[in-house]
Design a protein around this ligand. Sequence first.
Ligand code: DX5
Ligand code: ZN
Length: 234
Amino acid sequence: MTFDRAIKIAPSILSADFANFGAEIRAIEAQGADWVHVDVMDGHFVPNLTFGPPAVKAFRPHVRTVMDVHLMIAPVDPYLDAFAEAGADIITAHIEAGPHIHRTLQAIRALGKKAGLALNPGTGLDAVGHLLDLCDMVLVMTVNPGFGGQKFIASQIDKVARLRTMIGDRPIHIQVDGGVTPDTAPLVAAAGADVLVAGSAVFKGGSVDAPAAYGTNIRAIRAAAEGARQAAAT
Ligand code: DX5
Ligand code: ZN
């Protein structure tokens, strides 16, 4: 993976057909997805359950781009090896998931993976400065994690902007996740986000038998984000 700040669209397969993950992953990539976002939930850190390392390992051969694994689990450290072995390219852990996020980020990098740090909407940036040099990405949650299809929380736009200033020239992605649509993507893109996760807004209206809607949806989000970037730069 080479670093750049171009807008990247990362569909969340939380909104895919759960009986058809391989075909869904191939469909979103064929329709222009830049990364594939995989939401792992434990029914404890968040009030929902999805899938564990064996499922993620089964997704891997279908992913040709980047497998971006968002761990909403606590504790997280005992499972890092398994998600690395499952083939994640990026492993993101929540700052709220335990007392030793610094150790967690070190462990992800020691496994040879890119390290992501996720922040819930209620979490401030105070502790992030001490962690940035261990991060390849910071994920600003724009909903409370656990479910797709929730409403975008606008107070996070300012957090993205302040994080962008903190990062400066360092090669660290800013990802946003939750409620991203063609209407909200411009707000976070102008503030400095480069990786936009979208679940319902990508998968709506399509299926593996009718994947063209995925492409239409991805292009709409990308165009809205890129337009806002250009406007912000002029
Ligand atoms: C929420 C997940 C998101 C979710 C986004 O806990 O981390 O990735 O799938 O879904 P939408 O785009 O529908 O808000
Ligand atoms: Zn996610």
